[in-house]
Write a protein that binds this ligand. Structure first.
Ligand code: NAG
Ligand code: NAG
Length: 324
């Protein structure tokens, strides 16, 4: 009886062993597809284990995605930077005007604000304001010489020139000028966001209508067959460029290739600043009309009413000092 049991045991034993081996191989089978892993692991060993190849596979996919998205991101740096040169001076409405301007500029991609104070030093008000404005900016200052602070003389000449000088200095060492456009953004004007789309494609000098200026509802360059042929203006139409400071933009390249072009004090009459400046860098024939061949007003020469501070106290001042 016992021998029968033994013989049966020895007959089944090989089968049992075969089944055990089969099962074992089966459980290993899922591992076999990863068996190439060891081929990668030599690279990974120094970096911490066999799992790394899998992880490396991950970032590889990630970088592929990044490569794909890179061409989409690329146009952004290619977008010409718009440099807005804004002369400003201390007055009761200054912060209100700058706030309005910053709220506009903040909605414009790739805009650099060059704020130039008419002052012997940077004011705390403007410094604080710019620090919180959330805009790429440059804060300059230059005082207007006393002899030029008279009614009837052009204003903001030194400040605009300081902005131009900063731009030229910043870009002087570049082999090839980065695409850029500059315009003179006085702090009291009102700007449509559409204007920035228009001016960004400026190749040399572009022009457009300006609203509420020169004693008229608007002034504009007259355009025929896509070329400027004259000026619709109520004041000195004989000016070579009868245009307001808010009515044109200049490419950075033109500013850099005309290093001596500045706003002149000597011999310049009020209202001739724009013309005197543009004469140095372009011709009427070269002007690029924007805003639908100069038929749309996208900027307004607004003026803030002079504030009434008649009741401002001389004594019994407020107990806290508040910046306005
Ligand atoms: C992703 O870009 C990098 C750097 O330009 C390059 O080395 C890599 O081969 C690119 N990868 C793919 C999947 O195109
Ligand atoms: C401006 O006028 C020119 C010539 O008449 C025309 O070819 C062009 O399409 C016009 N541009 C716009 C934006 O209307």
């Amino acid at each position: 009886m016992k021998s029968l049991l033994f013989t049966r045991f020895f007959i089944f034993l090989p089968w049992i062993l075969i089944v055990i081996i089969m099962l074992d191989v089966d459980t290993r089978r899922p591992a076999t597809p990863i068996s190439p892993r060891p081929y990668f692991s030599p690279y990974a060993v120094g970096r911490g284990g066999a799992r790394l190849p899998l992880r490396r596979g991950g970032p590889a996919h990630g970088s592929e995605k990044r490569n794909q998205s890179r061409p989409q991101l690329q146009p952004e740096p290619q977008l010409p930077t718009i440099y807005a040169i804004t002369p400003t001076y201390s007055r009761p409405v200054q912060k209100a005007e700058l706030t309005r301007l910053a709220n506009t500029f903040r909605q414009v991609a790739q805009l650099h604000w060059i704020l130039v104070e008419d002052a012997a030093a940077r004011s705390e008000l403007v410094s604080r304001f710019l620090a919180r404005a959330g805009l790429p900016s440059t804060h300059l200052h230059v005082p207007t010489p006393r002899r030029y602070k008279r009614p009837g003389l052009p204003r903001a000449t030194e400040q605009r020139n300081a902005g131009l000088a900063w731009l030229r200095q910043r870009h002087q060492h570049q082999q090839r000028a980065q695409p850029g456009v500059l315009f003179f953004a006085d702090d009291d004007n009102t700007y449509s966001l559409e204007l920035f789309q228009e001016m960004r494609t400026t190749r040399k000098v572009s022009v457009w209508p300006v609203g509420l200026v020169g004693g008229r509802r608007y002034e504009r360059p007259l355009v025929e067959n896509g070329k400027v042929v004259g000026w619709y203006t109520g004041w000195r139409a004989d000016r070579p460029f009868a245009i307001d400071m808010a009515g044109f933009a200049v490419s950075l390249q033109v500013i850099l290739s005309n290093p001596k072009a500045v706003f002149k004090r000597r011999g310049s009459q009020p209202g001739m600043q724009e013309s005197d400046f543009l004469k140095q860098i372009t011709t009427v024939e070269e002007l690029e009309p924007k805003a639908n061949n100069c038929t749309k007003v996208l900027v307004w020469h607004t003026r803030t009413e002079k504030v009434n501070l008649a009741n401002e106290p001389k004594y019994h001042l407020d107990t806290v000092k508040i910046e306005v």
